[in-house]
Design a protein around this ligand. Structure first.
Ligand code: SME
Length: 160
């Protein structure tokens, strides 16, 4: 049976994790890969916890898509804050009906945010917006979590 596009992109992401010099290079390449290859993944970016910030703050890292006004997000705000503070993936099928949602683009209809863990602690997250409602099903969630885990591993072992 032919493999799905998601599986192909996942294998490509694994290859990039092996060949990138460090986590930063990997995240830059990964957001481009995901944005280019997956039709419904219309904004793809990382937020990383600012080291030492009190209160804790998510700062925008590598991304592809429209510029967002939300370059720094406290943990008590947004879908992004919810994922980072709970340590759980958040999937929102209809952003307009979620009061936590911080708008980036009027075109966004649904969103998924998966935490990135480093040595068991949230270090950041992979945030993806779609112009399609309910774009992220179970397979998408598994894919996005896998990508977030690859980044976590790369941050843990920068020279691996
Ligand atoms: N929608 C996010 C903010 C980030 S932008 O979408 C890029 C949120 O609600 O936290």
């Amino acid at each position: 049976m032919p493999s799905s596009n998601l599986e192909e992109v996942q294998r490509e992401a694994e290859r990039l994790a092996r060949t990138s010099r460090d986590a930063e290079e990997f995240m830059n390449a990964l957001v481009k890969l995901i944005h280019e290859r997956l039709l419904k993944y219309n904004w793809v970016g990382f937020y990383l916890l600012e080291p030492g910030a009190q209160p804790p703050m998510l700062a925008l890292g590598a991304f592809v898509g429209a510029m967002t006004p939300h370059t720094r997000i406290p943990l008590n705000q947004g879908i992004c804050g919810a994922a980072a503070s709970s340590g759980k993936t958040v999937v929102v099928d209809d952003v307009a009906s979620d009061p936590r949602y911080l708008a980036c683009s009027l075109e966004t209809k649904s969103e998924i945010v998966a935490p990135v863990f480093v040595r068991g602690k949230v270090a950041g997250e992979l945030d993806i917006d779609s112009h399609f409602s309910a774009a992220f099903g179970r397979e998408d969630q598994a894919f996005v979590e896998h990508c977030a885990a690859l980044v976590g591993k790369k941050l843990e072992t920068p020279h691996a």
